[in-house]
Ligand binder design. Sequence first.
Ligand SMILES: NC(=O)C1=CN([C@@H]2O[C@H](COP(=O)(O)OP(=O)(O)OC[C@H]3O[C@@H](n4cnc5c(N)ncnc54)[C@H](OP(=O)(O)O)[C@@H]3O)[C@@H](O)[C@H]2O)C=CC1
Ligand SMILES: CC(=O)N[C@@H](CCC(=O)OP(=O)(O)O)C(=O)O
Length: 346
Amino acid sequence: MIKAGIIGSTGYAGQELVRLLHGHKDVEIVWYGSRSYIDKKYYDVFRNMFQIVEDVCKDDHLDELAEAVDVIFTATPQGLCASLVSEEILNKVKIIDLSADFRIKDVTVYEKWYGIKHASPEFIPEAVYGLCEINREDIKGARLIANPGCYTTCSILTAYPLVKEGLIDARSIIIDAKSGTSGAGRGAKVDNLFCEVNENIKAYGVTTHRHTPEIEEQLGYAAGEPLLLNFTPHLVPMNRGILVTAYANLKEGVTEADIRAAYDKYYKDEKFVRVLEPGICPETRWVEGSNYTDINFKVDPRTHRVIMMGALDNLVKGAAGQAVQNMNLIFGLDEAEGLNLVPMFP
Ligand SMILES: NC(=O)C1=CN([C@@H]2O[C@H](COP(=O)(O)OP(=O)(O)OC[C@H]3O[C@@H](n4cnc5c(N)ncnc54)[C@H](OP(=O)(O)O)[C@@H]3O)[C@@H](O)[C@H]2O)C=CC1
Ligand SMILES: CC(=O)N[C@@H](CCC(=O)OP(=O)(O)O)C(=O)O
């Protein structure tokens, strides 16, 4: 049995990790980390866990935690994981970080976009960007995983095959993305109150959102050269879900068949990426509660652009599901163990 500890088990991403790991036959959660609910029963925080989880929430005594578990998930605000990582800890346990601390390879870029000082930049080079469909082999041998987030997973998976195959002008990409409110976390903020979010849709972080350099970096690797793009997120009044609509100029002579062949090449054997039939647009409701990313595209012959579309559940493939997928790879398990979740509706 793999013993797991979750720092930040009482946040939105952390509670989803608890739910998924409970359905995982090879994992036992032995540490429910929290900051605000120490000594409280976990089910008193999340009543869906009544008679399922009897444990109490614990403070994060890292040394004790590292002795007790094989893997630590950090589902905590930016900067926290970086402050915990050390050679000693990594020699004892694997760390799967759901925050952005180790996602960006250039620490000056991280510090500029996040506005915080990185506490352990010496571990950035060894961290593996845990986008399983793209970095599977590297993940298997990793001690430290930078688990990609919701907007970035959806954006990168949606555009990756066309960038990698050189079918689009990679410098012409525009990504318009929408997120449900759980993407903003459980902490109380005026902007996320019901009356602020309900019956409204708004763009935010325009030209400045911290996910922009992460998407640029990863798609830049696929393109074989650095690239710049526009990324505009929107907050929409639903609980879960990310929808990406991305636009790019097609290279001369590229056909619809070329594009479909590229998606097939990268995703036809991928369990968690579903390329939809022609004419069907991805919708968040058809992936909710599951680890799937649904993807499709349409060519506009008038403008000679391709419109790429993707949808996923921000708390599953965009966070906890992807973290479990990474853990499965690291520990040599079936990649889909604990993740055979049928999307729920409504
Ligand atoms: N929400 C989402 O859709 C996604 C989130 N992520 C990432 O996952 C991480 C968590 O996000 P999310 O769950 O939304 O956030 P929440 O605000 O919902 O939860 C944050 C968690 O971190 C804990 N925490 C906060 N500060 C500290 C601290 N100083 N020491 C220890 N624990 C602390 C909180 O504990 P307590 O409750 O006890 O205060 C809580 O359990 C973030 O880095 C986020 O970027 C990634 C992908 C998607
Ligand atoms: C709706 C909302 O506020 N979303 C968050 C992103 C979600 C998240 O937690 O970020 P990561 O995916 O990088 O982990 C934001 O815009 O900052």
